[in-house]
Design a protein around this ligand. Structure first.
Ligand code: GTP
Ligand code: MG
Length: 212
């Protein structure tokens, strides 16, 4: 599977702080996680090509609820509150909040997480802790380095090298992204598309699979 996911429609559905407020039904979901102010909401707007679908801000900590956006009437993008705003190290359970942890652990519809890191800086201890936690929790994750428009092209290789060593993934798995100029958009949409295929679609025998 290597096809680009085409976004035909995107609409805000609801915000939730508890499980009973999450959308009903069994549409698949992809969640977007990362440090406060790293650019999660801007990245979603870029993917759906809508400047203001999701509210963004220079002030960290804007997104405080779990926000569901219905895409193509077939799946959800889920914008999560950021972590690491309080000046304490992230403990997924205590600091980032049981709200997000319960969502990530308990949500059957969740197919995976797009983990957004800042291309300008090495991953923070909070970033590393979330990455490890996702791995241990067996939640598929796509690492994305965003705001790459803010660093010169000459630094991209070093940035990829540093992130790949610190989170322990091959360079080829990292996506350089910019919500400013859409760099990495097609690559990320393709990876999200792959992540949303039902598990049986990845192994033989190759039967007919529902198209998303
Ligand atoms: P919280 O909801 O507070 O956790 O923040 P967030 O992660 O959703 O960040 P948001 O998308 O609101 O962006 C934070 C700031 O970074 C805004 O001022 C954006 O305009 C800016 N920003 C986000 N992505 C990019 C990018 O790719 N390039 C540049 N140059 N600026 C960006
Ligand atoms: Mg936000």
């Amino acid at each position: 599977m290597d096809s680009l996911l085409v976004i035909k429609s995107a609409e805000y559905e609801k915000s939730a702080v508890r499980q009973d407020q999450f959308p009903g039904g069994d549409l698949p979901e992809v969640a977007f996680a990362g440090r406060s102010n790293v650019g999660k909401s801007s990245l979603i707007n870029c993917l759906v090509r809508r400047k203001k679908l999701v509210r963004t801000s220079r002030t960290p900590g804007l997104t405080q609820t779990i926000n569901f956006f219905r895409i193509n009437d077939l799946f959800y993008f889920v914008d999560l509150p950021g972590y690491g705003y309080a000046k304490v190290s992230m403990n997924v359970r205590a600091q980032w909040g049981p709200m997000v942890e319960n969502y990530l652990i308990g949500r059957r519809n969740l197919r995976g997480v797009v983990h957004i890191l800042d291309a300008r800086h090495p991953p923070t201890p909070d970033d590393l802790q979330l990455w490890k936690w996702l791995e241990e929790s067996r939640i598929p994750a796509i690492p994305v380095l965003t705001k790459v428009d803010k660093i010169g092209r000459a630094k991209w290789e070093a940035c990829l090298g540093q992130a790949s060593v610190s989170i322990g993934v091959q360079r080829g798995r990292l996506i350089l992204f910019s919500a400013e100029n859409s760099q990495g958009r097609d690559q990320l949409l393709t990876r999200i598309h792959e992540m949303m295929q039902p598990p049986e679609a990845s192994g033989p025998p190759a039967g007919p699979t529902p198209e998303i």
